[in-house]
Each structure stands twice: as structure tokens, then as C-alpha cells.
Design a protein around this ligand. Sequence first.
Ligand code: IFM
Length: 451
Amino acid sequence: MSVHYRQAMELDLSRSDFPDDFVFGAATSSYQIEGSRFGGCGTSHWDTFAATPGNTVRSEGGALACDHYHRWESDLDLVRDAGFDCYRFSTSWSRVLPEGRGPANAEGLDFYDRLVDGMLARGLKPHATLYHWDLPVPLADLGGWRNRDIAGWFADYAEVVMKRIGDRVATAATINEPWCVAWLSHFMGEHAPGMRDIRAAARAMHHVLLAHGRATQAMRALGMDNLGLVANFEYAQAADDSAAAKAAARLYDGIYNRWFLGGVFKRAYPEDVLEGLGPHMPEDFENDFDIIGTTVDWLGINYYTRKLIASDGSTQFPALKEVEGPLPKTQMGWEIYPEGLHHFITWVQKNYTGELPIYVTENGMASHDEAAGGAVYDPARIDFLNRHLHAVRHAIAEGAPVKGYIVWSLLDNYEWAFGYEKRFGLVHVDFETLERTPKTSWHALQRALRR
Ligand code: IFM
């Protein structure tokens, strides 16, 4: 191995470059890894969405996924052996409450009980998320996120889960990526339930936050703390110098980045977005801001990329389109832009969260990784992690209260509409044999965390 090769395989930061109480972790989500056909899990809207040809690559779904339901112990060993401090996982609403409401599936609750104890036994802090997109079909059939009642259903589910594991989790998040739950799924139609409807989207944009607020209150009532929301952010830049492109990028930023934070931290939605969504919002939505603005203890930032945005020339809201950018891209076709992570940490702190702790709850990249001779060589991921960790360190040096950095993802897994094609893992999964092989990025992180 040449010196150059070895250097390309190292992170140039180590644990000691971050504050003493800073945590490093890896993340997954229930539907993407567990296998939804096991353990009495109910049907989720991802099972039915995937079963409809054309919605996902090769109609792939999460029935087996990484079979984590049966392999969770060795998977947690991989988290521990990498030297991580925490593990971010989600509980499946369908596994816990197969009908979405009513009787709980004892096997499902037992599974998460064992999982949390398994983390603690390995010295890992459990970072739980209640909703990472596996909505039970009986609730989807009642209108899902379009139905205001979902706020109460979700709060009840939060209570059932946290009565069982809430005494042992280090942090609890309500919703993962409200933009995906609402906009990507109800306006863009790319995720379950695959709707393309402005009215459905407006309602989901509001109800997802109402559900967040109600669940936060339910967990507080159980005496829990360290409660948060995990939002995703994309750095929106005008594709050219035109006023139309600048306005389009600003609106994209409003829908993606300012809407959810506005609701939770300012108890108001951004005016520019309301201009389009206003006619479709639920009646008297303003009266819900006391619930939506329920105090949280931290904010999670998921960050992957930037987008170049232009006007699509139409008059139909939001009248914008994405334009391909010139930067190097990941397997997802997403530009690599670490400056965006620094931007969002400092922007969020300045405009919304102040001294509230921030976690980078997801960051990572997909690449075409292949196992050969028991190894998986992924230097691009090492470079990606390095550059984004520098961005985090830069923000901390400027005073941002960042408390942790969690890599997406522990394992190659089910990447939603892209099926099993896109590989985000630090650990390669052979989807024929389900064999796990730590990639060179996993080894590089292990060395960096030991240093
Ligand atoms: O795989 C997803 C995850 O479920 C949510 N955040 C983005 C990841 C990569 O697309």
C-alpha cells in the first residue's frame, strides 16, 4: 500500500478535536433495516406504496430489508466496535401498534426493549426517533397526515412506546424530516403515500408539526426530557443571477428550511410560503401554534446537499425547478457541499435555536460500494465525512452548541423509492446473503475515534 493510498484512507480529525461531551454515532431507521414481515409488525404505507409498480425501483420494499430484526445484536456490536458513543434508531409505529391505534403488539415492544438494553450493555447511548415514515396502513386509509386526528394518534403512540423505553433513552425525537413526511410525499409524490396535491400537502405540512407538539407534550407528561425534532435542510442557491431564480430559490428555502423551524421556534409560518399554501391550510391553523411551539430541548439537523433552483416559467405555485449543479456528486446525484452544513448550524442557531443544543443527526453519502476479497474500499465517503466534520468543527469554534455528529448510515439499507441500489452504509450489506462487511470508512472512523 503506498503512502498516498494510506493517507487517503484516514480522517484527519480525531475525537480530541471535539469537546469532551461531544458524541459520535451512527443512525438507521426501522423500516429501512428491520424487515417489516417479522414479529407481528402491521402493514405500513411503505409496504403498500412499494407494492404498486413504478413507485420504487424494481418495486422493492422493506419486508426483509437487512433482517436487523434477527441480527440486531451483531449490528449493535458493529456500532460499539467502531467506537461510537450513541446509536440513533427509530421505532416502527406499525410494529408497535399494527392498527395504528388500540392494542399494542407485545412482540414489537419487547423488541425495542431488548434493543435499548442491548445498546446500554454495549455502552451506547440510545437516541430514539418515533416516526421515520412507517405509517400504519389503517391510519393511512383514514387520510394519514391529511387528517388532523393524526396528532392525537401519534401522541398516543408516543406514550405507548415511551412508557416502555423512555426511562432508558438518552434523547427522543418525534418526527424525522417533516419536509419528507409532508412535501416530498404529498406534493412531489415521491414517497408514500405518493400524492401530488397542494391541498393534501398544506394539511400535512401543518399536521406533522401538530403531531410533533402533541407527542412532545405526551412525553413530557411521562417525565421525560431531552426531547427534540429532527429536520432536514438543503442549501438553496439561485441557479443564475435573474430575479426570477433568486425568488425561486428563496421560496424553495422557505418550503424546505424555514417552514418547520418557523412553526416550532417562532410560532408562525413564513409569509412567502403561506402566500401559496394559505388557501389550502386547515381552518384556524394559527390556533395550534401553542402546541406546535411546545418547548423542545434540542434540534437535530440532517444535511446532505445543496440545490440550484430556478423558476420553471409557470405561474403555478411554487413554480420552481432544480437545475443540475457543477460540483462532484454522490451516487444519489447530490452535490457535495460541506459549506452548507456550517451554514445551517450557524443560521439555525442565530435565527431560531439560540443556546439550545444542536445535533447533526444525519450526514453521509451513497456510493457504488462493492465487496471484494472481504473488503470494501470507499475513500470518497472518508473524504466526505472529513470535510463535513471540519464544517462542524468550524461552527463549534464560532460558538455553536453542537453536541454530536451522527453518520447516516450504519448499514447499506432500503433507500425508499430507490430500493436497495443506493449504498449509504459504513458497513456493506450483501442483499443476497445479508452478510455485513465494514467498509474502509468504518475502519477510518474507528481509528479516528480511538485517537
Ligand atoms: O435514507 C434517508 C433517511 O431515511 C432519511 N434521511 C436521508 C437518508 C438518505 O436519503
